[in-house]
Design a protein. Sequence first.
Length: 105
Amino acid sequence: MKRDKIIERIKNLAMSTLPAGSSLFLYGSQARGDARIGSDWDLLILLDKPKLEAGDYGVAYPFRELGWEIGEEINPSVYTRQQWASWSFLPYNKNVERDKIVLKG
């Protein structure tokens, strides 16, 4: 499946499954455009709430399931907006912020 079609599938899934106020970003090699055959799809899910609860991690499952369905490795990470902002000094966060593509607002 072509990159644009996969991104479209991820966006559609996000619109139908993620809670209101959440955001979804693609980052890493797929976002930068330097992915190779077999490169994974790194997703960042930010929830608009003060603290994550155990059930919140379930929002990632539909994306993993999509990956299994289309034969791609999709790796979603879930954080609150507050958590993500508090780690802005970390190199990992800076790299994600530099590379990310917004898939859901």
